[in-house]
Design a protein around this ligand. Structure first.
Ligand SMILES: CCCCCCCCCCCC(=O)SCCNC(=O)CCNC(=O)[C@H](O)C(C)(C)COP(=O)(O)OP(=O)(O)OC[C@H]1O[C@@H](n2cnc3c(N)ncnc32)[C@H](O)[C@@H]1OP(=O)(O)O
Length: 252
């Protein structure tokens, strides 16, 4: 079975997720087991940077300042890039923070606390039901004051993926279908719920379903979705990821 995913706050002033329970893994301990753990501290710092950049992104999407202030801020923002690229990875290399803690996706675009484009959605899984919570700001606007449909699709894809993973191993989306019944409001606490109907489960495949509602009106469906998720075979994983497929998919 997949690891249970639970969430924990590390700051209480915003929706900041820890996708999986934060337990110091052996890989993150200092060799002598003592002192402030290096990887854990770096993970905290990555979240702090994610939070700060999210504030910047939201401010940029909502600002009405004059052109001179926009240009000055653009120059300052460019100055931030250099130090971060002094050590960086390519697309074929997983983040070291994820390597240090199996199951962590620090930079996932839906739920990764270190990724400034992630809301981020907090995810919990209990009894096979995945629940995501988040509040979306102006950076996610589609129709005026409502969420862009592609953002809803991204969040739904993620929460469906967690429901699928709760049945065994994580999979990949092969099909995703959404019915947008009502617009999804910005700046309003949202709840995503996903589950896997028993009759949709086969050997490698599930057909999870999901909804989006506001926290305040959980019975008023805004979005209904369904997906097909497949656990790639070891051969498929090798074809997709090359010599170093994710361990969860490399079993022959
Ligand atoms: C704690 C950690 C949590 C971790 C939680 C992580 C959550 C992450 C959520 C995000 C997930 C993503 O976005 S993943 C990224 C987006 N997805 C992708 O890029 C996948 C691209 N697709 C592929 O590469 C390929 O489809 C593969 C390798 C996945 C599978 O290839 P394949 O075996 O040839 O299979 P394929 O024909 O595609 O279909 C697979 C099965 O699905 C069925 N199928 C396909 N489409 C449909 C359909 N519309 N309706 C019914 N059934 C369908 C097929 O009949 C088949 O069933 P059967 O005959 O086998 O029974």
């Amino acid at each position: 079975m997949a690891r249970r995913v639970t969430a924990a706050h590390h700051r209480n002033d915003q929706e900041t997720p820890v996708i999986s329970e934060y337990r110091q893994s052996d890989a993150e301990r200092e060799p002598d087991g003592s002192g402030e753990d290096h990887a854990q501290d770096r993970a905290r710092a990555a979240r702090e940077l994610g939070d700060a950049l999210r504030e910047l992104v939201q401010a940029a999407a909502g600002t009405e300042v004059d052109a001179a202030t926009l240009r000055k801020t653009a120059d300052q923002a460019r100055d931030l890039v250099g130090p971060l690229t002094e050590a960086s990875r390519t697309r074929h290399v997983p983040p070291t923070l994820d390597e240090a803690k199996p199951g962590r996706r620090m930079y996932n675009p839906a739920s990764g606390p270190g990724n400034p484009i992630a809301p981020p959605m907090r995810v919990r899984v209990a009894d096979g039901v995945a629940t995501g919570t988040c509040t979306l700001g102006l950076a996610y606007e589609g129709p005026h004051s409502y969420t862009h449909g592609g953002i809803s699709a991204m969040l739904v894809d993620q929460i469906l993926g967690h429901a699928h993973a709760a049945q065994g191993r994580p999979g990949m989306t092969v099909s995703l279908s959404l019915r947008y019944r009502r617009p999804v409001p910005l700046e309003t606490p949202l709840r995503l719920t996903a589950w896997v109907p028993e009759d949709s489960i086969t050997d490698r495949r599930t057909g999870p379903k999901a909804t989006i509602t506001t926290e305040d009106e959980p019975d008023r469906l805004l979005v209904e979705a369904s997906g097909i998720f497949v656990i790639p075979t070891a051969e498929q994983a090798e074809r997709i990821f090359g010599d170093n497929p994710p361990p969860r998919w490399s079993e022959k």
